[in-house]
Design a protein around this ligand. Structure first.
Ligand SMILES: CC(=O)N[C@H]1[C@@H](OP(=O)(O)OP(=O)(O)OC[C@H]2O[C@@H](n3ccc(=O)[nH]c3=O)[C@H](O)[C@@H]2O)O[C@H](CO)[C@@H](O)[C@@H]1O[C@H](C)C(=O)N[C@@H](C)C(=O)N[C@H](CCC(=O)O)C(=O)O
Ligand SMILES: Nc1ncnc2c1ncn2[C@@H]1O[C@H](COP(=O)(O)OP(=O)(O)OP(=O)(O)O)[C@@H](O)[C@H]1O
Ligand SMILES: N[C@H](CCC[C@H](N)C(=O)O)C(=O)O
Ligand SMILES: [Mg+2]
Length: 485
C-alpha cells in the first residue's frame, strides 16, 4: 500500500511529498525490513524514538513519531503513536475485523475459560474460528505462541488478516485491561463484548480500582460507536457484578445479562454441585432447561452462562449451544487434575488473584472431606497488594497452606513471601521458596482422601527467576512427585 493511501486513515495528518510503497509496518527496529514504516513507541522500558536511525539503516522508508526527529526519510508526527499504530495497522491489513464476527471478552477472571467455551460452541455449530488469548493464538488448526494475553495492534491486525485469508468467520479474543488502556485493540470492530467480573488485580499498573474499572469499561463504551457496518452490537454483562451497572450505562449496544443471584436474561437456578461438575436450571429467553455442566465450581457456571449468552446473541441455534456446553472440556491449567494413580486429588489451577484463589478453594471445599494442601506464591513485578490477601485466603480455606514462589521475576522471592505473610495472623503454614520442593512436600504429606491444590501457574511451562526463563510445569512436577512417592 502506498504511504499516502495508508495515511488517509489518520485524519489531520499532513502527508509528506514522498509516496513510497509501504510493504510492512514495524514498531521494533530489529524486525524492520526494506520498505517498512517504522513507528516509534515510547514504552515502559524503552523509547522507540531512539531506534529510528537504526530502523532507517535496516530499510525503513518513513517514520511515525511523537516528536520531531532530524532524519533523511519523512517523519509523520502524531500525538499518540500507540493509537496511530492501531489505526494504521487496521488500514494496512484492509480492516480485517469488519469482515468477521468478533467477540471480545474482558474481566479479571474467567476470560480464557469463557473464550474456550465460546470457541467450542461455534466450532460445534460448524463455524470456522480463531482464538486469541493467554494460552496461545489459534487460526483454525494453526497454533501460534504469544507473549501477551492481548497482542499489540500490529500483531493483532496481522493475525486477523491471516484469519480472513483462512476464511475464519468468527474470532474470539481475551481483551486485557492493559490492552484497553494501551489502545492495542483500537480499530477492532467488535460485535459482542463480554464482561466476566471485576476484582482486585493489576493495581501496580492501574493504581486504583476506579482506574482499573475505567480501563475495562473502554471495551463497552466504544462498542456501537464505531463507523462499523456490522449491526447489531451486544454487551453481555454479569448481572451479579456491581460494575455491570456502569458498563450498561456507558454502552450504546444491546445489553444482555447473565448471572445467578439477580434476575438476568440467562440465569442459573437450583444449582447442585458434585465432584465431576454442576447441574443447574437455565432460565433463558428460550425457556427453562436443565444443564449438566461437566466442569466444577460456581465460577464455571458464570463462565458457561456468559458463553451461552454470547453464542445466543450471535445466532447460534439454542439446542446446539446446550449440547456443546454439556460437553465442555476443561482448559489446560484450569482445575486440571493430575493423575498418577494416587489416592488423593492433585489439582493444578491458574488462580493468581485473591478472587480466583478463593473461588477454587471454595469449590474444593464442596467435595473435600479431609485435608486441603494449597501450594501458592505470588508473581514478582506484579501488584504487591494482592500478596497478603492471597495468603490470607489460602489460610482461610486450606488446612495446610504452603507458601512458595510463583514467577519472582526481578524481585527477591523471600521478600514476596514476606509480603504474603503480612496477611496471616494465628494460622499455621509452611514456607518453601523452591516451588518444586514445595509441590513435592505437599504430595509427600498428602494421604488418601486429601486434596492438593497447586495454584498460580496453571498452563505455564516455565518459571521466570531474575531475567532467566527456566522450564517448569506444575503438572509435570506434580506427576513426577506422585511417581516418586
Ligand atoms: C507494561 C506493559 O504492558 N508492557 C507492554 C508494552 O510494552 P512497552 O510499550 O512498554 O514496550 P517497551 O519494551 O518499553 O518498548 C518500547 C518500544 O521500543 C521498541 N524497541 C525496544 C527495544 C529495542 O531494542 N528496539 C525497539 O525498537 C519496542 O518494540 C517498542 O515499540 O507493549 C508491548 C506490546 O504490546 C507488550 O508486549 C508489553 O507487555 C509486557 C511484556 C507485559 O508483561 N505486559 C503485561 C503486564 C500485560 O500486558 N499483561 C496483560 C494480561 C493481564 C491480565 O492478566 O489480564 C496482557 O495482555 O498480556
Ligand atoms: N468466572 C470466574 N470467576 C472467578 N474466578 C474464576 C472464574 N473463572 C475462572 N476463575 C479462576 O481464575 C483462574 C483463571 O481463569 P482464566 O484463565 O479463565 O481467567 P483469565 O481472566 O483468562 O486470567 P488472565 O487474566 O490471567 O488471562 C482459574 O484458574 C480459576 O481459578
Ligand atoms: N496475566 C497475569 C498472569 C499472572 C500469572 C502468574 N503466574 C504470575 O506470573 O504472576 C499477569 O501477567 O499478571
Ligand atoms: Mg486469560
Amino acid at each position: 500500500m502506498d504511504l499516502h493511501r495508508l495515511l488517509q486513515s489518520l485524519p489531520f495528518i499532513e502527508a509528506p511529498e514522498e509516496n513510497d510503497e509501504i510493504i510492512g509496518i514495524s514498531n521494533n527496529h530489529q524486525k524492520v525490513e526494506k520498505g517498512h514504516l517504522f513507528i516509534c513507541i515510547k514504552g515502559h522500558s524503552f523509547d522507540g524514538h531512539n531506534f529510528a536511525e537504526e530502523a532507517i539503516n535496516k530499510g525503513a522508508v518513513a517514520i511515525v513519531a511523537e516528536r520531531p526527529l532530524q532524519l533523511e526519510v519523512p517523519v509523520i508526527l502524531v500525538k499518540d503513536t500507540k493509537k496511530a499504530m492501531a489505526i494504521l495497522a487496521d488500514a494496512f491489513y484492509h480492516h480485517p475485523t469488519q469482515k468477521m464476527h468478533l467477540i471480545g471478552i474482558t474481566g479479571t477472571n474467567g476470560k480464557t475459560t469463557t473464550s474456550h467455551m465460546v470457541d467450542s460452541i461455534f466450532k460445534d455449530a460448524e463455524h470456522s474460528t480463531g482464538l486469541i488469548g493467554t494460552i496461545n493464538i489459534k487460526i483454525g488448526s494453526k497454533v501460534l505462541e504469544t507473549k501477551n494475553t492481548t497482542p499489540d495492534s500490529l500483531e493483532l491486525q496481522k493475525v486477523f488478516h491471516e484469519m480472513v485469508e483462512e476464511k475464519i468467520d468468527t474470532a474470539i479474543m481475551e481483551v486485557s485491561s492493559h490492552a484497553l488502556v494501551q489502545g492495542r485493540v483500537n480499530g477492532c470492530d467488535y460485535d459482542v463484548a463480554v464482561f466476566t467480573n471485576l476484582s482486585q488485580d493489576h493495581l501496580d499498573y492501574h493504581h486504583t480500582m476506579a482506574e482499573y474499572k475505567r480501563a475495562k469499561s473502554l471495551l463497552f463504551s466504544k462498542l456501537g460507536n464505531t463507523y462499523s457496518t456490522k449491526h447489531p452490537k451486544f454487551a453481555v454483562l454479569n448481572a451479579d457484578d456491581e460494575v455491570t451497572e456502569l458498563l450498561a450505562s456507558e454502552t450504546s449496544a444491546h445489553v444482555v445479562t447473565y448471572g445467578i443471584n439477580k434476575a438476568a436474561d440467562f440465569q442459573a437456578d437450583s444449582i447442585t454441585y458434585h465432584s465431576h461438575g454442576v447441574t443447574f436450571k437455565l432460565l433463558s429467553p428460550e425457556g427453562e432447561r436443565e444443564i449438566h455442566l461437566p466442569l466444577a465450581g460456581e465460577f464455571n457456571v458464570y463462565n458457561a452462562l456468559a458463553a451461552i449468552a454470547t453464542a445466543y446473541v450471535s445466532k447460534i441455534p439454542f439446542h446446539s449451544i446446550i449440547q456443546s456446553v454439556e460437553q465442555a472440556k476443561g482448559v489446560p491449567g484450569r482445575f486440571e487434575l493430575v493423575n498418577g494413580g494416587q489416592k488423593f486429588a492433585v489439582i493444578v489451577d491458574y488462580a493468581h488473584t485473591p478472587d480466583g484463589l478463593e473461588n477454587v478453594l471454595r469449590t474444593i471445599q464442596q467435595f473435600a472431606d479431609k485435608r486441603v494442601f494449597c501450594v501458592v506464591g505470588c508473581g514478582g513485578d506484579r501488584d504487591p497488594s494482592k500478596r497478603p490477601l492471597m495468603a490470607q485466603i489460602a489460610c482461610k480455606w486450606a488446612t495446610d497452606p504452603i507458601f512458595t514462589s510463583d514467577n519472582p521475576r526481578s524481585e527477591d522471592p523471600s521478600a514476596i513471601i514476606e509480603d504474603m505473610k503480612k496477611g496471616v495472623v494465628g494460622k499455621r503454614y509452611l514456607i518453601e521458596p523452591d516451588r518444586k520442593k514445595a509441590i513435592e512436600c505437599a504430595i509427600d504429606l498428602a494421604e488418601e482422601g486429601d486434596v492438593v491444590l497447586v495454584a498460580g501457574k496453571g498452563h505455564e511451562t516455565y518459571q521466570i527467576i531474575g531475567d532467566k526463563v527456566y522450564d517448569f510445569d506444575d503438572r509435570l512436577v506434580s506427576l513426577n512427585a506422585i511417581m516418586k512417592k
